[in-house]
Design a protein around this ligand. Sequence first.
Ligand SMILES: Cc1ncc(C[n+]2csc(CCOP(=O)(O)OP(=O)(O)O)c2C)c(N)n1
Ligand SMILES: [Mg+2]
Length: 376
Amino acid sequence: MHRYPGIDPPEYVDWKPDRRLVDRFRKTVEADRARRALIATLDEDALLGLYAGMVRFRVHDYTLKRWVKRGVISKAWLGTGEEAVTVGSVHALERDRDVVAPMIRNAGACHEMGMSLETMFHGYLGTDGGPNHGVDGHFGDLEHGVLQPISHVGVMVPVITGIAHAFLMRKEPRVALTWIGDGATKTAQVHEGLNLAAVLKAPAVFVVQNNQVALGTRLEQHQVGDFGVWPAAYGLAGGVADGNNVLDVWAAVKQAADRAREGGGASLVRVETFRMGGHATHDEAEARATFDAGLFRSWGRRDPIGLYEAYLGGEGMGADRLAAIEAEVTADVESAAERASEARAERTPAGDRAEYAGFSAGVRQPGLASRLGQSD
Ligand SMILES: Cc1ncc(C[n+]2csc(CCOP(=O)(O)OP(=O)(O)O)c2C)c(N)n1
Ligand SMILES: [Mg+2]
């Protein structure tokens, strides 16, 4: 895909596929028999859908970063380099009935679950065209199965357990999923929620998104033990995936979601990836000081989108087709951003009523009750 100096991480600007890493990508896809069989069920539309989803997420992030550079918004939390984790997970679900709780790095879950990009951009601009009428930068929409997060990391784990338990009690074949950052795994609520999910055999999927850092704290500064033993410690099914390989993530989450839907209970799937920028746009330089430059170089060669392009090329999906998808997705994202910015002036709630117009007036998430199968 196109690369943009000053917007992309420097390692991505002149990105070229490294033959050894492309081979490794394919070997990962073929290594495990059960996963290979699942991946073989993906037709061209599904394979290209994963590509389009990752490109959509990346271009959405480009837009936010440009807005920050122009002073339109003050900062943005990006998922650059981690797109495969979110897009692979969401595409492994039944998007018309399952529920997800995205965290900071999972904004792509909103558009991949079906929320409109224009609504999302209204959300970043804080206008009343956004999902929560400009009251809070965290947003979701249960019409599309996306829970609105709250700021405290880790707390969506018991919430997702509760939702999954409700599905189980109602005998609905539905799954609830959330991502847990490596840092968030150190919060108490995560442990309560995981244990409860195991005890209840809740149809939940927990994806530990290990991007090796929590804000400015590296993994080895907040963890001594090995994530590998966690599922067994809770009595959960486990799984590990290469977080920069969208097909491996897809297959690992699909296995976990199928198991949950069939009554096999919850899974803890760990995906290994790397945060290619700062915690947000304001601390990119500090993030680079936090890690050895070699880590950015080596993970930078593993751009999940670039590697997948090379893989698809080997499957006969040529560069022209991928470029056409990129052009279409880019046009969609850019026009959504433009419509949201044009409407900004008239849709910004007046200061004296902004709070009241939203939360204080009891604005409820549209569709909450219907999505969860209750009457309003
Ligand atoms: C309970 C709690 N403590 C601290 C914070 C401040 N905070 C926001 S994001 C973040 C880092 C989270 O790291 P991680 O879970 O690894 O996710 P990542 O940002 O790497 O995707 C912190 C400490 C918070 N939101 N909630
Ligand atoms: Mg992290």
